[in-house]
Design a binder for this molecule. Structure first.
Ligand code: C2G
Length: 130
């Protein structure tokens, strides 16, 4: 059982997120998603449109996702890898290199982001139309 983990806010869920999750799952057999809490988002300078609970419910409805846990600190990753016996840590390549310090604990993989779509882009497009 190859276990994969990824982290993120996943607000205004879009096909870029889904493709990332699909490719994360393709890296193994079990996918844990550590979902940024509303408080952690505030620390990232992000205010998500959907609450943690709503974002969690949406992620849990995705066939590629096996477990959703809260992401509450930057430092929890190493503990998560241990606690969930993670073999692969996977993120979009906007994070390339940022988590290489975890390479002693598991394989670290950065996947190409889906270009042209982002939550910020969606918000900007919608406000431009109103
Ligand atoms: N992503 C993607 N393509 C997009 C948009 C996002 O592949 N068009 C990927 C990002 O690279 C990331 C994941 O989807 O791996 C989640 O993106 P966000 O919700 O924006 O997460 P982020 O704010 O980057 O939080 O500790 C890590 C942070 O919590 C990551």
């Amino acid at each position: 059982m190859r276990r994969v983990i990824t982290y993120g806010t996943f607000d205004l869920l879009h096909y870029g997120h889904i493709r990332l999750l699909q490719r994360c799952k393709a890296q193994g057999d079990y996918l844990v998603v550590a979902l940024s809490s509303d408080e952690f988002n505030a620390g990232k300078g992000k205010k998500s449109y959907f609450s943690y609970e709503d974002r969690k419910n949406m992620l849990e409805a995705i066939r590629y996702v096996d477990l959703v846990i809260p992401e509450e600190t930057w430092e929890q990753k190493r503990d998560d890898i241990e606690r969930f016996h993670i073999d692969k840590f996977v993120m979009g390549d906007d994070w390339a290199g940022k988590f290489d310090d975890l390479q002693d604990a598991c394989e670290v993989i950065y996947l190409p982001r889906t270009p042209e779509i982002s939550t910020t882009q969606i918000k900007n497009d919608l406000s431009a139309r109103s």
